[in-house]
Design a protein around this ligand. Structure first.
Ligand code: ZN
Length: 697
């Protein structure tokens, strides 16, 4: 999965640690699942038939089933003795080696996690969604299955739901049958996978259909109101797909590919087999594309279809084989799209982060199952950059191909991978293993050496830094020299970020005349207060096609030139911005604070701003609204209720944000009294949380 959230690289533990039991005397091979999804009761009822083979004589067999009730349990059509301890269901029977069996389970699940129901308890029509997340949350909350990643099964899903929503799941849609206002969607998978990769999503969707050069159907889903956003959101999808197949050297392993955006997703994206689910915060218009887009997540989740789904780690000690590889191949896809410079700059940025982590004494080995995402993703990608460099492109690509073909539909260890790479390269990789996989250090000097020869742009920047610390020459003229020699916008943008205070007025003027969105975006960020001599140049930023530029330019101009506030607001009126509505939220705040601007509409602006804390909006928008309102105004009762609602949200990032904010409000006696009063109107789970907080203090 990809945990990166907005622009932040969160340092959170990502490995799906499975404390599951293993059973190696039986092999489950196929599952025929048929479920009814009921949003009124938040329940899933259904049947599953598993085929399994007995590999050695055994007295019992079990499946993981968390808080699942069973109505009927049969083995080869006969009732059988079983025990359900609400964690696993164990079937007791002497099973003989070499025999094949069918187990049929009738069940009902009311999942506390792994299935998320949104939009069913409000008055808005068409925003209803149900989606699943298996990795880290356990599919066994809604389907009796296997928490152990080593049990791979071919899952065919039949899902029944009302006839007004679209149902999407792993596999090829075989048919849709309609009966009594219900539709049953039948999906067919080829190839087995670990249970954590089975998934479904239900909602109101249209789709864009494309076909890869090799002939695989790709379905890109979007909300009906977002038809204009489909192109920018899914831009380069075919290029990425074609590139992956060519680069990896093994055809896409599944029958088709789908991508589905959902609201308030737990991560950036999740690579369910053939059916990636991702955060709708990546559904963007064409202006937003330069600020934030889906390309990296798109490529990352697609790469997992080989690295993670086709070959799967044995356990968390081998998590590098998932995240390091998906990150690396996503970077390669971006290199193909944006060029070598983009790729090397990204590596440079992660090298800086990894150096800091190691310097702070927080460096981690890639073989540490508890390592942070920075280690698994970025150090993991760096290890592959170094490995490819060390053994050469030909051996690297052949090794990857051999590894995937040898272990397809199986589970793997780092050892398995390195053995293949040693075989194709004829080189010992024990030193590589020690330095890059087993050591908590990050070899920054080695990384820097690599960057110096791989990118003239990064090399120039590193030389510039070196000259500034060692040369006696005037800093301004050193920077000027590098600016004039720079052949790409990225280097110039970096010079502005790092040295804008030492730049000559001439150079600044030159930068403002640039047509590069990137350079101008850094200029927008470069000034807390805009100097009078730059007023006209800076005002031109309000014409740029970047929502980050617009937000920052509007704010800084509004602060710097009070007499022109109305003009700046007029110019940016009606602009929404990124999926988190960054421009609109700021605009509403500034419009209400500006004297003599739209006086008769101030109430309306304020109530729009206050309204954005409601659960009907995405958590990114709500968070922005809580922040802005709290900085300037007092929260309304409704805001407080929305905040309490957010303290029990399914996304831990948003939940923790809300809990911290609520905690700070409870320190104030007046706010505390108010919150106690409001608690009479809360839902059960909200009340439980608030009471636990109030009792503690
Ligand atoms: Zn991932």
């Amino acid at each position: 999965m990809l945990q990166r959230y907005l622009f932040l690289l969160l340092l959170v533990v990502t490995s799906a640690r499975l404390f599951s039991q293993r059973q190696d005397k039986v092999d489950f091979t196929k599952a025929k699942v048929s479920i009814l999804v009921n949003p009124d009761s938040s329940e899933i009822t259904g049947k599953v038939t598993y085929a399994f083979e007995v590999l050695a004589n055994v007295d019992s067999v079990f499946l993981d089933a968390r808080n699942i009730d069973f109505f009927s349990v049969k083995l080869n059509k006969k009732k059988i003795k079983y025990n359900n301890n609400k964690r696993t269901i164990t079937l007791y029977k002497r099973l003989k080696k070499g025999r094949n069996y069918l187990v049929l389970l009738d069940f009902k699940a009311k999942p506390k996690q792994a299935v998320y129901w949104l939009g069913f308890d409000d008055n808005t029509d068409g925003n209803e969604q149900i989606w699943t997340q298996g990795q880290g949350k356990y599919t066994s909350h809604w389907l009796p299955s296997f928490d152990d990643m080593e049990e791979k099964v071919e899952f065919d899903l039949d899902i029944t739901f009302d006839d007004t929503h679209t149902v999407i799941a792993n596999g090829k849609l075989q048919n849709v049958k309609e009966t009594d206002g219900l539709k049953t969607w039948s999906f067919d998978m080829v190839g087995p996978m670990s249970s954590y990769l089975s998934a479904f999503a239900i909602g109101d969707y249209d789709k864009q259909e494309i076909i890869s050069t090799s002939g695989f159907p790709i379905e890109n889903y979007y909300y009906p109101q977002d038809s204009l956003k489909a192109e920018p959101t899914y831009r380069y999808t075919k290029e990425i797909f074609d590139f992956m197949e060519k680069e990896i050297g093994v055809p896409y392993p599944w029958q088709n590919y789908k991508q589905v955006p959902v609201k308030d997703f737990l991560y950036a994206g999740m690579e369910n087999t053939g059916a990636t689910i991702f955060s709708d915060a990546f559904v963007i218009d064409s202006v937003a594309f330069v600020d934030k887009n889906y390309v990296n997540v798109n490529a990352h989740e697609l790469a997992h279809q080989w690295f993670g789904n086709l070959v799967t780690e044995k356990d968390g000690k081998h998590h590098w084989l998932h995240e390091g590889f998906a990150t690396y191949y996503a970077y390669l896809a971006e290199k193909e799209i944006y060029g070598n410079g983009y790729f090397q700059w990204k590596l440079y940025d992660t090298a800086i982060q990894l150096r800091k982590l190691a310097k702070d004494g927080k460096g981690e080995a890639l073989t540490n199952p508890k390592a942070s995402s920075l280690t698994f993703y970025e150090k993991g990608a760096w290890a592959l950059v170094i490995l490819r460099n060390q053994i050469g492109e030909v051996a690297f690509k052949q090794g990857i191909k051999n590894y995937l073909e040898k272990y397809e539909f199986k589970n793997v260890t780092i050892e398995n991978f390195l053995d293949e790479m040693e075989a194709t390269s004829g080189k010992s990789l024990s030193q590589f293993r020690r330095l890059w996989l087993e050591s908590p250090d990050f070899l920054f000097e080695k990384a820097k050496e690599h960057l110096m020869v791989s990118s003239t742009s990064v090399a120039a920047f590193l030389n510039l830094k070196w000259e500034l610390t060692t040369s006696l020459e005037d800093k301004g003229s050193i920077i000027q020299k590098y600016w004039e020699q720079a052949t790409d916008d990225e280097l110039k943008a970096r010079i502005i970020i790092n040295y804008h205070k030492s730049l000559s007025p001439e150079l600044i003027g030159n930068a403002f005349r640039s047509e590069s969105i990137k350079i101008r975006r850094e200029l927008a960020l470069g000034y807390e207060k805009v100097p009078l001599e730059l007023k006209t140049a800076y005002e031109s930023l309000l014409n740029d096609k970047s929502y980050v530029t617009l937000e920052n330019a509007l704010y800084r101009l509004w602060i710097s030139f009070p007499q022109d506030r109305a003009g700046y607001l007029e110019k940016t009126k009606g602009i929404i911005g990124l999926p988190n509505r960054n421009v609109r939220l700021l605009w509403l705040l500034l419009a209400t604070l500006t004297n003599n601007y739209d006086n008769d509409l101030k109430e309306r602006y304020l109530s729009e701003l206050y309204g954005y804390t409601s659960p009907q909006y995405a958590m990114e928008i709500r968070r922005g609204a809580f922040g802005l309102i709290g900085e300037v105004f007092k929260y309304s009762d409704q805001n407080i209720k929305d905040l309490i609602n957010a303290t029990v949200h399914h996304s831990w990032q948003f939940r923790n944000y809300a809990r911290d904010l609520l905690e700070s409000l409870l320190k104030d006696d007046d706010q505390r009294k108010r919150i106690i009063n409001l608690s009479k109107q809360l839902k059960d789970n909200e009340l439980r949380y608030i009471n636990s907080k109030l009792n503690l203090q």
